[in-house]
Design a binder for this molecule. Structure first.
Ligand SMILES: [Zn+2]
Ligand SMILES: [Zn+2]
Length: 181
């Protein structure tokens, strides 16, 4: 398995391999240690080992999605539409549609055979190279929204805290002046 996460020590995206017994990983860029929670693996109903929580933030809420290479997908469609445009310019409707059809099919096949990756709702870390399990759940907008709201609230609270800090510093200066008067 490997994890792609945001390293707080160097503010960069790092990818590191780990196994079931790992207790930490080191950032691939700055080598800073990222500690893991004491347990992060569990078992599904079929006895397969599954990732139960994010090894970076410890959250239990993960979702799986296709690790679809968007650039490749768009490239295939772009090539298909270019070729079909050439066929269309040559007044060959049969080839125009056949080319479009084939390239759309190739894109679909890529999508079907693409492996899944697991992503953490809370910290957006990505996990690759795990075994498939029916217990992994697809993306859920409600859960995503919950974490999004949480982040917004935290940011707002932090801004308020900074504002309050400025406010409490300023009046204390006034207080000194008043005391002298
Ligand atoms: Zn780092
Ligand atoms: Zn996480």
């Amino acid at each position: 398995m490997n994890v792609t996460y945001f390293c707080k020590a160097c503010d960069k995206v790092s990818r590191a391999a780990f196994d079931a017994s790992a207790t930490a990983v080191n950032c691939s860029r700055c080598a800073a240690e990222q500690a893991f929670p004491s347990s992060f693996l569990g078992e599904d109903s079929e006895g397969n080992s599954i990732l139960e929580r994010c090894t970076i933030c410890g959250s239990h809420e993960l979702y799986y999605r296709k690790q679809f290479n968007q650039r490749l997908g768009i490239g295939i469609i772009a090539l298909g539409s270019t070729l079909s445009t050439i066929a269309y310019a040559n007044h060959n409707l049969f080839w125009t549609f056949l080319i479009l059809f084939i390239f759309a099919g190739v894109d679909l096949l890529f999508y079907i055979f693409m492996k899944n990756l697991l992503q953490c709702y809370k910290c957006n870390s990505e996990f690759r190279g795990f075994d498939e399990s029916p217990e992994y759940e697809p993306f859920n907008l409600e859960v995503h929204e919950k974490y999004h709201q949480q982040r917004v609230r935290l940011e707002r609270a932090e801004k308020e805290r900074q504002w309050l800090e400025q406010q409490t510093q300023a009046p204390s200066d006034d207080g000194v002046h008043e005391a002298h008067d």
